[in-house]
Design a protein around this ligand. Structure first.
Ligand code: PHE
Length: 341
């Protein structure tokens, strides 16, 4: 029996040392040490031994079991170590490999133009304000002194949501004047850029969605002179020192007096050319002194406070700034176009 045990040990050690995986090692453990394994099978025959032989064989059997167990745990560690090494090799990162090239996006020309305007006004102490594009008719019209029945409220020009015309897509950023005056502490200096919507057909100069920038100042002693001085300073920053402006009388329901401001054509210097359509001037914005009725409606005493407001078209500004000839290019998002800025 001793010989059988020694032979089993020899065979087991050889097999175990050749095991290639933890699974194979486990199979061998069952084969040699398991309940139905070879060692157990031999030990079952111990009953037939004499009383002198039994402890000796028992000792040998224990040693054999111990050596097989040691070999198994040693191999387990070896296999684990080997697996880790292989994994490390498999997952090696080649830091010298060239990286994936990411295509950088471009800032949209409209955003570049907007950022420039914002910067200038923020430098003058204005706060940037954003508000809803889905607006109440009250804010878009009524509170701006544009009563029911006014032609600007026509269904043909405005996108309404409700049958009763109470909710709409704002047609101008001017409702932000009301929102500012109703919620902010005086004095007020705000700039409110955003999208506006009108029922226009798309062509080279029209789009049913476009952008405006609203400006509003309300304080004691604010006059038309401060409106002109501010806008002149802004225009010089945008288009260069010495750029001339022209203020023409106009009408808006929510300003009195009202005006439009033109900028001298950068192309011809005012002589008249293709860019300014022979005018020498290019219209940039509508403006005026906030109507006393509008101030009053927002709970501001027009006897104490006065203010001015303007509304500037951002597309027109961006198109001039970047010499873009067709408005549609701005919204088509063709990368070949956007890449140029
Ligand atoms: N909201 C006017 C427009 O869309 C522009 C404007 C703004 C005029 C503020 C006066 C004051 O034409």
């Amino acid at each position: 029996m001793k010989e059988k045990l020694e032979k089993l040990l020899e065979e087991a050690l050889a097999a175990l040392n050749a095991a290639a995986s933890p699974e194979e090692l486990e199979q061998l453990r069952v084969k040699y040490l398991g309940k139905k394994g070879e060692l157990t099978a031999i030990l079952k025959q111990m009953g037939g031994l004499s009383a002198e032989e039994r402890p000796i064989v028992g000792q040998v059997a224990n040693r054999v079991r111990g050596e097989i167990e040691n070999c198994i745990s040693g191999m387990a560690a070896t296999l684990e170590e080997r697996a880790m090494q292989e994994k490390l090799i498999r997952e090696t990162v080649d830091v010298t490999m060239p990286g994936k090239e990411y295509v950088m996006g471009h800032r949209h020309p409209m955003n570049i133009a907007l950022a420039e305007v914002k910067d200038i006004f923020v430098g003058m102490g204005f706060t940037i304000l954003e508000g809803p594009e889905v607006e109440l008719s009250d804010y878009n019209f009524t509170k701006l002194n544009t009563e029911e029945g006014h032609p600007a409220r026509e269904w043909s020009d405005t996108f309404y949501f409700a049958e009763d015309s109470s909710i709409l897509l704002r047609t101008q950023t001017s409702p932000m004047q009301i929102r500012a005056m109703e919620t902010m502490e005086l004095p007020i200096r705000v700039l409110a850029p955003g999208r506006v919507y009108r029922k226009d057909e798309v062509d080279a100069t029209h789009s049913p969605m476009f952008h405006q920038i609203e400006g509003l100042v309300v304080d004691k002693g604010i006059t038309m002179a401060s409106l002109k001085a501010t806008l002149n300073a802004v225009v010089e920053k945008l288009y260069g020192e010495g750029t001339k402006t022209r203020f023409r009388p106009h009408h808006f329901p929510f300003t009195e007096p009202s005006c439009e401001m033109d900028v001298q054509c950068h192309e011809c210097g005012g002589v008249g050319c293709r860019v300014c359509k022979g005018e020498g001037w290019i219209e940039l914005l509508g403006a005026g002194m906030v109507h006393p009725k509008v101030l009053q409606g927002c709970g501001i005493d027009p006897e104490v406070y006065s203010g001015w407001a303007f509304g500037m078209g951002l597309e027109r500004m961006a198109m001039r700034r970047f010499k873009i000839s067709d408005l549609r290019l701005i919204f088509e998002n063709d990368v070949r176009f956007l890449e140029q800025f």
